[in-house]
Design a protein around this ligand. Structure first.
Ligand SMILES: Nc1ncnc2c1ncn2[C@@H]1O[C@H](COP(=O)(O)OP(=O)(O)O)[C@@H](O)[C@H]1O
Ligand SMILES: [Mg+2]
Length: 359
């Protein structure tokens, strides 16, 4: 499911706002402080029950108001989503008048936000890149979620046994760790592989429009599993027993996984400029979204704030043709209008919205 319209009440700077979303790309533009990030934030809240930058949902309530509400409409299924948050109360989420939990919401309306922590910049902690794949797989595959919980439960118990200095107690969890862990790794590998197929297709098409796209055609993306998967997790755990005991924690396994982007044998983080890393992340995230639609029949929303920050005009030119390939909803913002009069109101593929605050 995906939203075609979203209505905000007392959400951050907006007392009232209604916005129609394109089934493909929706572009928000306007000067600093006009509310672009707030709109993206509201869509993230509407599809996760959480904020993407604060753990305090209360700070999203418009100053002076008692609470915010978000109402979203899915025209394909005729579903209505309502989210309400009153001060000092927990969030209330309803789909078609029935109360749902945040995890049910995420599965019904998945959304992903591309931000500087996730992929660009590649020297950020692996945790953020891992989270992006994990979130994708969580909504795509109930089997993944089951194995993820099984793995992390076993890992927690194994680590607590290691802290108590008991290797025999720790090893009692190896079987669960290996069974769930190997499965997590397989599902992650296939997600990366499927995304890569779409990514290569996308780059090939961009190459026909911009010479700058060439740098992306040399990129290879690999999952580092967090252990040697030729050896297998079982054997890796055995080999690191003594070391794990000394470190009081399990040092090998899918909880240490990362996605490695490289080009001609060098790591992207060492050779790509920040702008190039940012565009690479955007293209990779778009590919993952297209793949989730094609392979898992999902309609995830992709969010991107401040597109052109750190991108020069050539990088931007290199990116714009990618919009033709969007298959699910992509909502992105920029300070200035990138399209001028090139698109009109009847364009369903790309809707443009000038965000202006009316006092
Ligand atoms: N809870 C709130 N109540 C009222 N205004 C808020 C609240 N939170 C943020 N704002 C204001 O909303 C405005 C829009 O912010 P933002 O969406 O980040 O703008 P943009 O991304 O377009 O630069 C800012 O002026 C900010 O101070
Ligand atoms: Mg902003």
């Amino acid at each position: 499911m995906a939203f075609s319209n979203i209505e905000l009440r007392n959400f951050r700077c907006f007392e009232k706002l209604s916005l129609d979303l394109s089934p493909k790309s929706t572009f928000l533009y306007g000067k600093n402080g006009c509310g672009k990030t707030s709109i993206l934030e509201s869509i993230f809240v509407a599809s996760s029950g959480r904020s993407f930058r604060t753990s305090n949902l209360e700070s999203l309530i418009k100053e002076g108001a008692e609470g915010f509400s978000i109402r979203a409409y899915d025209d394909l299924h005729g579903s209505i989503l309502e989210i309400k948050k009153q001060r000092k109360h927990s969030i209330n989420i309803k789909i078609n008048d029935s109360k749902v939990t945040a995890s049910e919401l995420v599965r019904a309306f998945p959304s992903f936000s591309i931000d500087s922590k996730t992929f660009f910049y590649n020297d950020n902690a692996p945790e953020y890149r891992r989270k992006h794949i994990d979130r994708g797989l969580f909504v795509a595959s109930p089997e993944y979620a089951k194995n993820w919980f099984g793995y992390f439960r076993a890992l927690k118990q194994r680590n607590s046994a290691l802290k108590q200095g008991s290797i025999s107690q720790a090893r009692a969890y190896d079987y669960q760790l290996v069974t769930h862990g190997e499965r997590l790794n397989d599902l992650r590998q296939s997600l990366i592989q499927d995304t890569n197929t779409v990514f290569l297709e996308l780059i090939k098409s961009l190459l026909t429009e911009s010479a700058r796209a060439k740098i992306f055609s040399e990129v290879s993306v690999n999952l580092f599993p967090g252990f040697d998967d030729n050896e297998g997790l079982q054997s890796e755990l055995l080999k690191t027993n003594t070391y794990d005991l000394r470190r009081k924690s399990t040092t090998k396994g899918p909880h240490k996984a990362d996605i490695i982007f490289d080009s001609k044998g060098s790591l992207i983080k060492d050779i790509f400029s920040r702008g190039e890393q940012k565009l690479l992340s955007i293209l990779w995230s778009i590919s993952q979204n297209i793949m989730l639609g094609r392979v898992y029949n999902l309609q995830p929303i992709l969010l991107l704030d401040d597109l052109s920050s750190e991108l020069d005009s050539e990088m931007l030119e290199c990116f714009l043709p990618a919009l033709k390939h969007i298959e699910n909803r992509f909502i992105f913002s920029n300070i200035v209008d990138l399209f001028g009069s090139k698109i009109d109101e009847s364009n369903e593929q790309l809707k443009k919205f000038h965000v202006e605050q009316r006092p």
